[in-house]
Design a protein around this ligand. Structure first.
Ligand code: ZN
Length: 455
């Protein structure tokens, strides 16, 4: 494999926008030199638009892509909620074969890449056969996620999820959860197999995901807390979860995690929607990342994250697409900001005096938080980082006449069109002219899986 070079007419570097930037990467896909102000010569691939770092997606349950848009009906109960959606998900989850899971994940990755996500943290809990028995290879389903990532070219942080119980702390699991369940020993077998399967692959990393305080016990959290890598956990997504945690422990979920785990920069609290002021301050101070999934949180009626106070106190966040009702970084950031506007009757909420453009402020924050949550060297165009580049077509009607940060505002806050033209992932070109290079074959396999899943 030869070394790769790109020449960007405009590129967003750690120090800000630069013109005529030569980006050189090793054959393994790491950036080793970034040189602004250089004329386009030689074999470097020309990127004539605005080039931004590829966005990490910090929260995915890939199989739920097959459900997106398919759980929107009023139920006999009359009052739908996160909890009735979850019942639908449990029924659907029984249908997936390993082949289906891989085909759906690959299609998801194509859609993520085409919109500018270049890495995904897969919070993986669909471990076992439909009756709950493990596959012959206990890590079969985890390896299917890795296979899909290798096929699509997206970077992946695989997060095997520890899921043992059905309510806080130690309530018996629900029948619909049987494909997810492991004790600590079998969970560690999946982790070790995943470690072997990702070792030496610069496009991959390994983390852990205790599912939530509903699914594990304090002892289990103690057993895994020395893990040297990202640790993701769902927390405080729904008011009912806060009430149950208060009743069982006397503390709200994020307060409990703050007080009972060494919450630090390895940790990612997915959603963290329902926080009181002290939790906002504690989470911001901890260095952990808030894993926000704005379009999913809107779809499920979760609530609105307390962004202004969190940002003012230096809190870190990244974005995820979770149930995949949205698959575009621009739409996640737009939903995040516009929810704040609706609640606060204000505009340009995620800004500061030195950072007047919300598009830029949100992009910078989500790149940094997403990279931290992924445990990989991503999120910036700089030596030592993976060569993950997203070229925005500045001749697209959405962006025409815009430059720099104003162009980012237009990308995030206007229209439905997709101005992502080319995407390189680990130095490999995976999107050309707005389409994934293997889109048709991956879509065919997805179509076959969907026919089986919806038969
Ligand atoms: Zn989730």
């Amino acid at each position: 494999m030869a070394a790769t070079a790109f020449h960007a007419a405009h590129a967003l570097l750690p120090g800000g926008w630069a013109r005529d930037v030569l980006i050189e990467a090793s054959p393994q896909g790491d950036i080793h030199a970034v040189t602004p102000g250089i004329a386009p010569t030689g074999p470097a691939r020309r990127l004539s638009g605005h080039v931004v770092p590829g966005m990490p997606n910090l929260h995915s349950h890939a199989f739920q892509r097959a459900m997106a848009g398919g759980a929107e009906r009023r139920s006999p109960a009359g009052q739908d909620s996160f909890w009735t959606w979850r019942e639908t998900m449990y029924r659907f989850v029984g249908r997936f074969s390993p082949e289906d899971a891989e085909a759906v994940a690959a299609q998801l990755h194509v859609e993520l890449l085409e919109h500018g996500f270049t890495a995904v943290a897969e919070f993986h809990y669909l471990h076992h056969q439909p009756d709950g028995m493990p596959y012959a290879d206990v890590a079969e389903m985890a390896k299917r996620q890795l296979a899909a990532a290798r096929r699509s070219g997206i970077g992946m942080t695989l997060l095997p999820s520890l899921y043992r119980y059905g309510g806080i702390f130690g309530k018996p699991p629900h029948d619909g959860q049987r494909r997810f369940l492991n004790d600590l020993d079998r969970f560690m077998q999946i982790v070790e197999a995943s470690r072997t399967a990702t070792a030496g692959d610069l496009q991959m990393a390994l983390g852990l995901a205790p599912h939530s305080l509903r699914a594990v016990t304090p002892d289990m959290l103690r057993a895994i807390r020395d893990f040297a890598g990202p640790i993701h956990i769902h927390a405080a997504e729904q008011p009912k979860e806060v009430e149950e945690c208060l009743a069982a422990t006397g503390a709200r979920p994020v307060r409990w995690v703050l007080d009972n785990t060494p919450l630090d920069a390895r940790w990612v609290l997915i959603h963290a929607t329902h926080l009181d002021k002290a939790e906002v301050a504690g989470l911001a101070r901890s260095g952990a990342v808030a894993g926000l999934c704005p379009t999913t949180e809107a779809s499920l009626g979760d609530g609105i994250f307390r962004l202004p106070g969190f940002l003012a106190q230096g809190g870190r966040f990244g974005i995820g697409t979770d149930s995949h009702v949205g698959t575009a970084p621009a739409f996640e950031l737009r939903q995040l900001e516009t929810s704040q506007r609706l609640r606060g009757h204000a505009r340009a909420v995620a800004t500061a005096e030195q950072n007047p453009h919300p598009g830029r402020t949100l992009l910078d924050a989500a790149l940094a938080g997403g990279a931290q949550a992924s445990g990989r060297r991503i999120g910036a165009i700089a030596p030592g980082m993976r060569c993950d580049l997203v070229e925005l077509d500045d001749t697209h009607p959405l962006l025409l006449g815009r430059q720099g940060d104003a162009l980012l505002d237009a990308w995030v806050f206007s229209g439905q069109g997709n101005p992502v033209r080319r995407v390189a992932c680990g130095g490999r070109m995976v999107v050309e002219a707005g389409r994934h290079v293997d889109a048709m074959a991956i879509r065919d396999a997805f179509g076959q899986a969907m026919r089986r899943l919806t038969a």
